[in-house]
Every structure is written in structure tokens, then in C-alpha cells.
Design a protein around this ligand. Sequence first.
Ligand SMILES: [Zn+2]
Length: 111
Amino acid sequence: MDNTPTLTQSFIEEQKEKILGLLKEYNDPEKIKEALEGEKTNPEDGESPYMVYIREKQKNVVPILKTALEMIKLDRYGICLICGREIEMARLKSFPGATKCCQCMNINVKK
Ligand SMILES: [Zn+2]
């Protein structure tokens, strides 16, 4: 079986930029601080929605994005971690950090 990705180097570079951009957004203390000041959180409401959003992303998305970056380094970007097939182009475009193909994603969701 030939697992060589058909993705072009320039596409991968673009995806890498997007991933780094997302990581920066989720890990940017200045931006978070700014958002917090702008929101005027009511302490009784608990955390501001933005912080909840960021925390969610840091917990669930950042590890995936980091994995995707590793895949780029290893020259395996665009290959599904589960089945080893190529991840659909549309999926990579909608989420540059995708590390599983649509099929394997669905299997995961069903569990
Ligand atoms: Zn798969």
C-alpha cells in the first residue's frame, strides 16, 4: 500500500501557518487578558464565555493541533492516524489540524 501523501508542499506549508495561527490564538495571554477586560465579567456568572471557549480549545483542540504539527515534521501530514489512509482534502481545509479521516472520526464519535 502506498501511503505517500499527494498533498503539495505549498499546501502543507499553508496548513502549518493556519495551525500555528490557531495555536497562537489559543495560547496568547495578551489576547485573553484583553478579552477579559473587554467583557467586564460579573463574578457571579463565573468565567467569561471567552475564557470558557479558550479553555475548551486548550483542552480539546491544542493537543490535536500539536499532533498535526508533529505529523508535518514527520512528513506524515494528511495521513489518518487510525487507518493510514489519506484524510479528505475538504476536511483538512475546514480543520487544518485534522489527524483522522472522516470515517475514523465517525467511528470515534459512535463509541
Ligand atoms: Zn481513517
